[in-house]
Design a protein around this ligand. Structure first.
Ligand code: GAP
Length: 440
């Protein structure tokens, strides 16, 4: 299993992911995607959209505002309960999530229970703790020129509520048959007490969520279908190894009170098994809350029978950064080629930032460069995501493209000028074959 430090280092070295605000010493819990990372992220998001929205006739997209009316968060329960237990070490003043610094502590731990466990501070080793206080994770801001209680708003902590608040708009404009879903991708913000594990737990992340509206008596079969669609996407589109993916049936005592079933899909990350995504049966909790808070009717009317009901909801929710880290963990490998060690990202072809890398064998031979540029332009026109590399020697270029995850390197040499064939070197096997460019 790869180490997280190796993946972090590769991501920085090759321009995938940098610490946010790096130049100023960083900003904890934020990450910036570089030239290759942005391509990988976009491909992952586009493939998700294609799989769950474009290719299905029952799921529609929305793109809601990040700053929403604060009543949204009152109705959803976030204002009252979207909090983590914060505890401070009185000796070193380190602040921690109480439930994350020792095993067997729940999010609802009380100060007395915590003290009785004699937990040691992970930083200084002492056991001198403050009271536990519930810390609301929503980022507060002010809307408009006046900064007072009436102008408070929040950066959304999940994309889901931008879907629920548009449920009525979608029903009234698209008239979908139940079951139907609404999907959204976008940024979500959480003032996490302890962001950690590279991009696994961030203060600013991106989510891809679907609220799938079903008949109340049909939720169980729809849940199963949604769960198997998630596995299909993760394994057959993202290429994640099934052996690294695990289902966790969240027990009743750990589920939200309104949920009769929640399954977390966990992944074997370098630092251990962690939640990659969740699928929750939310009943009519959200639509009921919105109906109460807004005074608007959230019922759905069946077009044929005229029957009215408030749909129940199945919600698959996945964080883009967690999916990226899973893809990188799955792809990262260290092996040997021709007796020398190398690092290789075995990304599936549909995710690799570049499909081909084209280079002339020698940079100082104009006839090779001219021919190589010609082939490079052709491939670019055909595929778009093709890169050019004439730096260093050919061995170094291969190592670099291996680390980036480029499946094929195309090299133009003197034989190309004679017989028109090029060398194609395969990333995973390091074998080389000669083919005509049109056969690529
Ligand atoms: N609407 C439901 C919801 O937001 P959640 O379990 O809080 O549920 C869903 O979040 C997913 O979003 C998680 O499974 C994870 O993939 C991602 N996620 C949540 N918080 C995150 C964070 N701080 N950093 C990165 N990803 C996060």
């Amino acid at each position: 299993m790869s180490k997280i430090e190796d993946i972090v280092s590769l991501c920085k070295r090759r321009g995938f992911i940098f610490q946010g605000s790096d130049v100023y010493g960083g900003m904890a819990g934020t990450w910036d995607f570089g030239p290759l990372g942005v391509v990988l992220k976009k491909k992952i998001m586009d493939l998700w959209w294609d799989y769950f929205v474009e290719r299905r006739e029952d799921i529609f997209g929305v793109d809601a505002a990040i700053i929403m009316n604060p009543r949204t968060w009152v109705a959803s329960g976030h204002t009252a309960t979207f909090s983590d237990p914060l505890v401070e070490c009185k000796a070193c003043h380190g602040r921690f999530r109480a439930d994350k610094i020792a095993d067997g502590i729940s999010e609802s731990v009380t100060t007395e229970e915590f003290r009785a466990l004699n937990v040691k501070c992970p930083t200084c080793g002492k056991s001198d703790w403050s009271e536990i206080r519930q810390f609301n994770m929503m980022f507060e801001t002010h809307v408009g020129p006046v900064t007072d209680d009436t102008s408070i708003a929040y950066l959304r902590p999940e994309t889901a509520q931008g879907i629920f608040t548009n449920y009525k708009n979608v029903v009234d404009t698209i008239y979908p048959d139940v079951p139907f879903g609404i999907a959204q991708q976008g940024k979500a913000f959480r003032n996490e007490i302890s962001p950690r594990d590279f991009i696994l737990r961030d203060r600013e992340c991106s989510q891809m969520e679907i609220e799938y509206f079903v008949r109340p008596d049909d939720w169980e079969s729809q849940f199963e279908k949604m769960l198997s669609a998630q596995h299909d996407f993760l394994e057959n589109v993202m290429g994640l190894s099934g052996e690294l993916i695990h289902e966790y049936e969240v027990p009743a005592e750990d589920r939200a009170h309104y949920s009769k079933r929640t399954v977390d899909i966990e992944f074997d990350y370098p630092n251990g098994k962690e939640e990659l995504m969740g699928i929750a049966y939310r009943g009519s909790f959200d639509l009921d809350n919105i109906a109460r808070e807004s005074g608007k009717n959230m019922e759905y009317r069946d077009k044929v029978t005229g029957e009215t009901f408030v749909p129940h909801v199945i919600e698959p929710s996945i964080g883009v950064e967690r999916l990226i880290l899973a893809v990188l963990t799955n792809a990262y490998a260290e092996d040997e080629v021709g007796g020398s060690a190398r690092i290789v990202l075995r990304l599936p072809e549909n995710l690799a930032p570049y499909r081909f890398c084209v280079s002339p064998l020698l940079k100082n031979k104009p006839e090779l460069v001219t021919k190589a540029r010609e082939i490079y332009q052709d491939l670019r026109e055909k595929y778009g995501n093709v890169t050019w590399d004439d730096s260093g020697n050919i061995g170094k270029r291969y190592r670099k493209q291996d680390e980036i995850g480029t499946p094929k390197c195309v090299v133009i040499d003197f034989d190309t000028l004679e017989d028109g064939t090029v060398t194609v070197r395969d990333r995973d096997t390091a074998t080389q074959v000669r083919v005509k460019p049109e056969e690529l």
